[in-house]
Ligand binder design. Sequence first.
Ligand code: FAS
Ligand code: PHB
Length: 389
Amino acid sequence: MRTQVAIIGGGPAGLLLAQLLHNHGIETVVLERRTRDYVLSRIRAGVLETGFTDLMREAGVGERLDREGIVHDGAKLAYQGGTFRIDFERLTGRHVTVYGQTEVTRDLYQARDAASLPTLHGCSGVKPRDIDTGSPFITFLHGGKMNRLDCDFIAGCDGFHGPSRQAIPEKARTEHEKTYPFGWLGILSETPPVDDELIYANSPRGFALCSMRNPNLSRYYVQCALSDSPEDWPDDKVWDELKRRVPEEVAERLVTGPSIEKSIAPLRSFVCAPMRWGRLFLCGDAAHIVPPTGAKGLNTAASDVHYLYRALVRHYHDRDDDGLERYSDTALARIWKTQRFSWWMTNLLHRFPDQSGFDLHVQQAELAVLSENEAAQTALAESYVGLPY
Ligand code: FAS
Ligand code: PHB
C-alpha cells in the first residue's frame, strides 16, 4: 500500500488535515485504532474559534456547522464579587461557535466517505518507521495481518497516547508538563441550557461551567477530586453541587434531568518539542495538551492543521519546503500562547487545595479587575475567540 501523506489518527486533527489535503489533490490514508462508532461516541470539546470554523469551510465541510452551530458573542464569569459578561464581539469584532467536537468529527467522516477516501479502523500496533529517511513507512496490524503503508510523509494525529510522539528519539524530545490537583466531571443532559451563553463559575466549593451543544442538549462540568470516578457522582449529586457553585438566580432556573453521558477528565498542560522529526509531523494532542478551561485543545489542533496542510501543499505544488522546515517553530509559537491562556484561565477559576489566604485574595482581585477593566477583558477575549494563525 502506498500514499503521499499517511495520517495516524482519525480524530478531528487527522480528518481535517486529510480533507484539506484531498481538496488540493494530495493523497492520504487515515489509520485509526478505534471503530467509527467509538470515535463518534467521545464527548469532548464544544467551543470553536473563528479560525477553526473558517478552516472547516475551507475544507468544504462547514455547511451543517453554519446551519446548526450556535454563534456566541460573549460569555459570563461568576465569582464571589458577582457575575459579569465578556463581550467578545464588541471587544474584538469576533465570536466563537458552539458546535460539538463529535459533530465536527461526524461531518469530516461523512466528507471522507463521500469521496471514497481510505480510512482504516481497527488498526493496532501502528508504528512509524524510517521517519529520518526519504522513504518513511508505517507497519500496522489490520484485517488479521501485518500491513505496510509506504508514504512521503507521516502526520502523527494520534492524540496524547498515540505512538507518533514516541517515534521521535527520546534524546531529541523536550517535554514540558504541568498537572493540576483536580479533574473535571462532565455530564451531558437532554435539557435546555441554563443560559444562552457559557457561564464559568469560581465558587468557594470549586469551579463549575455551564455549556451546551444545542437548544435541548446541555453540557455541564464541575471541578472534582482526581481520585473521583463517575460512579462517585450520581446525577442528584451533580445537580446539587452545580446549583451550589453557580449564582443563585442561575441555580433557580436550572433544568435538571438524567445524564446521557458522564465522564471525568484529568487536567494537564503538556508540550512536546520538536513537532517534527524527518518526515514525521506531530499535530494536535499528539504534541500538546491544555486544561479545557480556555476551550483551546481542539482549537490548537486546528492551528497545527492550518500550518501543516499549507506547508504540504507548498511542497507538492511548488516544490518549496520552507513551510515544512518552519512548521515546528511556527506551530509551537502559537501553542505556547494558548498554553499560557489555558493555564491562566485554570488558575483564575479553580480552587486549589493548597491555596493560601493570600492566593485566594489575589485570585478574587484578578476577577474583580477583569470585571471592571476593559483592557483586561479585551486581552481575555482576544485569546478566547482565537489568536491569529
Ligand atoms: P484525538 O485524541 O481527538 O484523536 C486522536 C485519534 O487517534 C483518536 O481517534 C484515537 O483513537 C487515535 N489513535 C490513538 N492511538 C492510535 C494508534 N496507536 N493508532 C491509530 N490511531 C490511534 N478540548 C476542548 O477544547 N474542550 C473540552 O471540553 C475538551 N474535553 C476533553 C475531554 C477529554 C476526555 C479529552 C481526552 C480531551 C478533551 N479536549 C477538550 C481536548 C480534545 O478536544 C482534543 O484537543 C482534541 O480531541 C484534539 O484532537 P486530536 O489531536 O485529533 O486528538
Ligand atoms: C464544552 O462545551 O465542552 C466546553 C466549553 C468551554 C470550555 C470547555 C468545554 O472551556
